[in-house]
Design a protein around this ligand. Structure first.
Ligand code: FMN
Length: 417
């Protein structure tokens, strides 16, 4: 039986181990995690989600405080139209993050950044352009466009000197979404270098409605491949979502996938940005503890542990410091909060149950978003005498994907990996 290591991902002149660790915002797929994937010959992905705030935390800048101070007078106003991000700060913060990762990169692999269109930041076009341009300026190997159709994203960077040499790809959840992207970009004579096809079992936001369970990754991947064949296009296809073992990956590679993108297995890696206590919650989770809900104000369904503290929100909208989801001064959480405030005028704390303040709770590691297979993480490690689960290194997990077969999962050596 074949192993993932029997295959290689070809991207231009590069030959890579066909394993991509997907982007996980906010700083869940850390630089350290992405660098491990690159060192081991695969692709690691950092994320520019909430990049300004992430810069404050990682590099000691104080953009967020300054922004909160600047817009203090809007706290009680539910129209946030005038709250804007400073584009220079976005550029500086992105550049700092990418420079740090690229200068520390070792090995033959690549480091990409994940760029979500849905982070509209009250000026969708300008802020996206700033993020993409800054990442290219600092030499990022590639960009994975996600959370949106990205109809205009290529156009925003078409004049950049690296537009044709950086590896640019998109995440889609159907061949229809891919068709729209390709049609919109036909004029640029620049195809994506890779296409991640993300199915309904992935972590984070889903490119499906609440009927996600009616879809399956293998079928969507086959449809995308069929579509590309019909268009006479040869673009690497990278399935993602629910690929839990090396053998799961091989099944896709044998059917013509160029690589696989995985994330959930790495949420419990030492290098992953989640707090240790949260990693233990992921290990402990049973299938019943995981749900797909609609509390994200992006409008996309999101998978998470039911116990996520963000599930019952009691914070005022926090758009003065954050506001990453604002569009025309609005966010679905503001609308929900305003409604509840009218319903509970005498309460000291206003509870909102149908939406959450994603910025506040993601920033505080309280949205425990995860893939469907999270309940299997306990089978990937040892239970220690104190009842906790043994921590894993990213290298251990990566190599398990790369070299295992027969649906086996290699457990770490007791006492440390
Ligand atoms: C904790 C977590 C956070 C994620 N955050 C993002 C994100 O910010 N942007 C994105 O495009 N995908 C995100 N994803 C999706 C992954 O990049 C990846 O495509 C998917 O989860 C792969 O499926 P798997 O987790 O079943 O291996 C996230 C996944 C997880 C588990």
């Amino acid at each position: 039986m074949k192993r993932v290591d029997d295959f290689r991902l070809r991207l231009g002149k590069k030959e890579l181990v066909p394993i991509v660790i997907g982007g996980m915002g906010v700083d869940i797929s850390t630089e350290a995690l992405a660098l491990e994937a690159a060192r081991l010959g695969g692709i690691g992905t950092i994320s520019d989600a909430m990049i300004v705030d992430v810069s404050d935390r990682l590099y000691g800048t104080n953009y967020t405080k300054q922004k909160a101070r600047q817009y203090r007078q809007y706290t009680k106003n539910f129209d946030k139209t005038d709250i804007k991000f400073n584009l220079d700060w976005i550029i500086e913060a992105t550049r700092r993050q990418v420079r740090s990762a690229m200068s520390a990169k070792r090995g033959d692999g690549l480091v990409f950044t994940n760029c979500m269109e849905k982070l509209t930041m009250n000026a969708p076009k300008e802020t996206l352009q700033a993020r993409l341009t800054a990442a290219l300026d600092e030499g990022i190997d590639g960009i994975t466009l996600s959370a949106g159709l990205h109809q205009n994203s290529f156009r925003l960077i078409e004049d950049h000197p690296r537009f044709r040499d950086a590896k640019l790809g998109i995440i889609v959840s159907s061949h229809r979404a891919l068709h729209i992207f390709l049609r919109r970009n036909a004029r640029l004579n620049r195809l994506p270098d890779f296409i991640v096809v993300e199915g309904p079992l992935a972590g984070g936001h889903l490119g499906f409605g609440m009927d996600w369970a009616n879809y399956d990754l293998a079928t969507i991947v086959a449809e995308v491949m069929e579509y590309l064949k019909g268009e006479n296009l040869d673009i690497p296809v990278i399935p993602a979502g629910g690929i839990f073992t090396g053998s799961d990956a091989v099944a896709f590679l044998e059917k013509g996938a160029a690589a696989v993108q995985v994330a959930t297995r790495f949420t419990v890696a030492n290098e992953c940005g989640l707090p240790d206590a949260t990693k233990q919650e992921y290990f402990k989770a049973s299938e019943d503890d995981i749900e797909v809900n609609e509390i994200s104000p992006t409008g996309y369904p999101m998978r998470m542990l039911k116990k996520s503290p963000a599930r019952f929100s009691a914070v005022r909208p926090n758009c003065e410091p954050y506001g990453y989801l604002l569009e025309d001064g609005k966010c679905q959480y503001i609308t929900a909060y305003e409604r509840e405030l009218k319903r509970q005028p005498n309460e000291r704390k206003v509870f909102v149950t149908d939406k959450t303040c994603l910025c506040t709770y993601m920033r505080n590691d309280q949205v425990w978003t995860c893939g469907h297979t999270t309940y299997r993480l306990k089978d990937t490690t040892n239970r220690l005498p104190d009842g906790s689960y043994q921590r894993l290194s990213a290298e251990h997990i990566f190599k398990d994907y790369q070299f295992s077969n027969d649906n086996k999962i290699m457990l770490p050596k007791l006492g440390g990996v």
